[in-house]
Design a protein around this ligand. Structure first.
Ligand SMILES: [Zn+2]
Length: 259
């Protein structure tokens, strides 16, 4: 049994990018801990207040995470879409503490070099978690955390995902759990409403035919989009559905010097 900790800013990040793998890991008996950094207070359309958006998005996220089989969910409650001005070291400190508490065999987050990544929440999360992976093992970084019994901890396996993965990312077949993943994604009803609306607005500005958006329910639009986005039909293996993760060899290469 492995402990896997996945850290991400927004409710749907893990469901969309890794929902299939989380379900497979959970089926195999591994424990998956999800760390959701923001409260998604603005990711909605037509909800009058941020308080209401926070409440609904949290409920829908809990539902989605239970469908993919997460063991535990930690909500850090940061304001979404503000990481450009965040207290970086404050965020890193919280992640160091979680790593020392959970002691995961594997830690996963956004890739630092994600191609075409225009979301600062994703970028800053990537850097804060990657730096916490090794600073959590320094006994002079946040020694106050040791008073309660925590100890320095160094993450062994560090994996990264991206919205637009590089070619050197590993390919994982998630065909057997794709229907479950779609169900989980559709549970983020409020976030997906905003997602579909953005797709439609972009298509309109580009002068594309948007009749598909007018003629179909939100769930149909999102399902079609996600199945296409995670299709592996055009790559070696020809899987129905795939997810991709990067496992940089840097660091682990060192082990060969001890042989
Ligand atoms: Zn996101």
């Amino acid at each position: 049994m492995k402990k896997i900790m996945i850290t991400f800013p927004h409710a749907d990040d893990v469901t969309i990018n890794l929902g299939g793998l989380v379900r497979q890991w959970s089926n195999a008996g591994h424990e998956v801990y999800l760390v959701r950094i923001t409260d998604d207070d603005a990711d909605c359309a037509g909800i009058p207040t941020r308080e209401e958006a926070i409440r609904i998005n949290r409920e829908e996220a809990e539902q989605a995470y239970s469908i993919i089989g997460a063991k535990k969910v930690i909500h850090l409650g940061y304001t979404s879409d503000t990481f450009g001005g965040i207290d970086f070291l404050g965020l890193r400190e919280k992640i160091i503490k979680l790593l020392r508490q959970i002691k995961p065999n594997t830690s996963i987050t956004f890739a630092m070099d994600g191609r075409e990544e225009e979301n600062m929440d994703h970028r800053i999360t990537a850097y804060a978690v990657a730096e916490a992976h090794w600073t959590a093992s320094f006994d002079l970084h946040h020694p106050e955390q040791f008073k309660g019994g925590l100890k320095p901890f160094c993450v062994g396996e560090r994996l990264y995902f991206a919205r637009v993965p590089e070619d050197n990312y590993g390919i994982f077949d998630v065909t057997d759990v794709m229907d479950t993943k779609i169900k989980a994604i559709l549970s983020h009803k409020t976030v997906m409403k905003n997602y579909a609306l953005q797709l439609k607005m972009r298509a309109q500005v580009l002068g594309l035919d948007t009749s598909f958006f007018n003629n179909n329910e939100q769930d149909v639009i999102i399902e079609k989009y996600m199945r296409k986005r995670f299709s592996g039909k055009d790559i070696p293996g020809s899987y129905e559905a795939i997810e991709r993760l990067h496992n940089p060899s840097a660091g682990l290469d060192l082990l060969k010097y001890f042989k």
